[in-house]
Design a protein. Sequence first.
Length: 81
Amino acid sequence: DGNKNNDRRRRSNNNGSRGTYTSRSTRTIVQNGQRVTIQSLEKDGNKIEEKYIGEKLIERKINGRKEDIGRIDGGRGGEEF
């Protein structure tokens, strides 16, 4: 029962909206002659870092753990977290 109360509290903190970012920053570097963009954001208490070469998502970390990007659709539009 204690866990159910925590779940309810977490859901109510979102105020019914999905996909709200509390922090978001983007930096772009040139690495091996390619434009690399690293986007860092915080969403629902999770720290997310996405790394792109050009427009293609090549890596995503959530709370420091690499995610399988094979299931992410086409880069910037496909947010599944």
